[in-house]
Design a binder for this molecule. Structure first.
Ligand code: SF4
Length: 214
């Protein structure tokens, strides 16, 4: 079992190889074996990611980092795979990218407008049961369409848990994430972690047990 999250000193961070704990994954591969995990193109991606990090550390937002990474990679055509619930945010993001001279394709999660009933979802199980038909999110087609349009870097904007999983699985080109969906915390899921030992303690640490009791 790997327990990096519980490792107190994180000596790997300082290349302090004398202090590695017993079950440290650093022992699994030598440096050459780690590098062999990356293709030449992936090494270039890793190099340029590190350059963006180092050159602009704490000085630019993630929106700007996405543009900076794209520029350094030579990407001129970006994609936005967005959730319909973040349509305004998608519009703004696309506006920013276009103002910065990127070509942008955007595909909404509800593309295809395929009724959820075809997945076996009943009307009562819909997010909005009052609606006669609720279309399913369609991340597989989002990925396919953005790739077909020639996007070099699709960006995920607010896809649901599971739908983002499917998007990533179906996207055969490298993609990145601007934001993830959290309907309760204004799409800032880290808020739950920042409050995990205070206001949200009971709620978060007993979630599965409480669910079992229902
Ligand atoms: S890789 Fe090793 S040293 Fe680094 S956090 Fe994990 S257990 Fe700790």
């Amino acid at each position: 079992m790997y327990t990096c999250a519980d490792c107190a000193g994180k000596p790997c961070r300082n290349h302090d190889l004398e202090q590695l704990p017993g079950n440290c994954p650093t022992a699994e591969h030598c440096e050459e074996e780690n590098l062999a995990l990356y293709s030449e193109e992936e090494k270039r991606m890793a190099y340029l990611s590190a350059r963006v990090e180092g050159d602009l550390y704490c000085r630019i937002t993630r929106v700007e980092e996405i543009m900076e990474y794209a520029l350094r990679m030579g990407y001129t055509h970006l994609g936005v795979a967005f959730c319909v619930g973040l349509s305004e945010e998608a519009k703004t993001f696309v506006r920013i990218l276009r103002a910065n001279h990127f070509t942008v394709d955007s595909v909404c999660c509800k593309n295809g407008s395929v009724p959820k009933s075809l997945l076996g979802i009943t009307r009562e199980q819909q997010a909005y049961p009052e609606r006669e038909t609720e279309p399913m999110c369609n991340p597989a087609a989002q990925a396919e369409l953005l790739e077909k349009a020639g996007c070099q870097l699709p960006v995920i904007l607010g896809l649901c848990v599971g739908h983002d999983t499917l998007f990533i699985r179906h996207c055969s080109i490298p993609c990145t994430v601007l934001a993830v969906k959290d309907r309760v915390l204004a799409h800032n899921p880290m808020g739950a972690l920042y409050m995990a030992d205070s206001y949200m303690k009971d709620r978060l640490f007993t979630y599965v047990d409480r669910r079992r009791e229902k």
